[in-house]
Design a binder for this molecule. Structure first.
Ligand SMILES: Nc1ncnc2c1ncn2[C@@H]1O[C@H](COP(=O)(O)OP(=O)(O)OP(=O)(O)O)[C@@H](O)[C@H]1O
Ligand SMILES: O=c1ccn([C@@H]2O[C@H](COP(=O)(O)O)[C@@H](O)[C@H]2O)c(=O)[nH]1
Length: 238
């Protein structure tokens, strides 16, 4: 086993990161590149669980969802994450890595339900566990699901993989003067209302003393560097 800074991690993958440069959906080349990088760290011996978002699919159907009641739209969003999870699971199969999808919503013909001890066993066996359908409850997000599942499985860190390379003073896609933090406390991120993750996720990780690292999944090799302890992205800490 190589030098690992973390033995068990919860990787939060943004749904939007799967789109590549497309307007919505899953870009084949992007998902293959991403899976290759993730498979590399699994082969290093990291026990890896993934929470996948749904923004790439749900935002694609969002105009049709306008005016819907919030809970119904949220269930659609959770279903979108199940589609992404199945795509990830199959992409892992294609590179020879065993992955199991576990869903917080029961659709037994399609995906197995989330059962914590079973998820722990899969991780101990070296299988990648993909948590689908967020928390299973409307009014939450997959960031909060990452904080929740990360706490449940005893992850040492939540790695939030996104399109930007860390936490900034403002959204770097909108403000060219935004400056990146090397580290930031949960309290500061919450009090400054930094939108890179929702406050519920920050608060849960703070209370569980579970650090978060925000990093770019678009930057080649960044995930492996973090696993090896390199100073990549922004560390959010207690
Ligand atoms: N202060 C900030 N620092 C960094 N990024 C920020 C900040 N404020 C807003 N953002 C935006 O937050 C985004 C990160 O959220 P992202 O879309 O990856 O997560 P998500 O909404 O959970 O994913 P999904 O696409 O699955 O809905 C970045 O792409 C960035 O544009
Ligand atoms: O626990 C959860 C997780 C997600 N949702 C809904 O799904 C979409 C997609 O998730 P993202 O975190 O934005 O990728 C989200 O907008 C919610 O509508 C949910 O209701 N509960």
């Amino acid at each position: 086993m190589s030098n690992l800074a973390y033995k068990r991690v919860l990787l939060k993958l943004s749904g939007e990161a799967l789109m590549g440069d497309d307007a919505y959906g899953i870009n084949r080349i992007t998902i293959e590149r991403m899976i290759t990088e993730i498979a590399d760290v699994v082969r290093m011996g990291v026990e890896l669980a993934i929470v996948i978002g749904g923004g790439n699919i749900f935002r694609g159907v969002a105009p049709g969802a306008a005016g819907m009641d919030r809970a119904t739209a949220d269930y659609m969003g959770m279903l979108a994450t199940i589609m992404n999870a199945l795509a990830l699971q199959d992409a892992f199969r294609q590179v020879g890595v065993t992955a199991r999808t576990m869903s917080a919503l029961n659709i037994e013909q399609v995906v197995e339900p989330y059962i914590r001890p079973k998820a722990m066993r899969y991780l101990e066996e070296g299988k990648v566990v993909i948590f689908a359908a967020g928390t299973g409850n409307p009014f939450f997000t997959t960031d909060t699901a990452a904080a929740l599942r990360g706490s449940e499985i005893g992850a040492e860190i939540v790695l939030k993989a996104t399109k930007v390379d860390g936490v900034y003073t403002a959204d770097p896609k909108k403000d060219p003067n935004a400056v990146r933090y090397a580290t930031i406390s949960f309290d500061e991120a919450i009090s400054k209302n930094l939108q890179v993750m929702d406050a519920t996720a920050f608060a849960l990780c703070r209370d569980q003393k579970l650090p978060i690292k925000v990093f770019s999944i678009v930057k080649p090799g960044a995930l492996k560097q973090i696993i090896e302890g390199a100073n990549e992205g922004t560390l959010v800490h207690v």
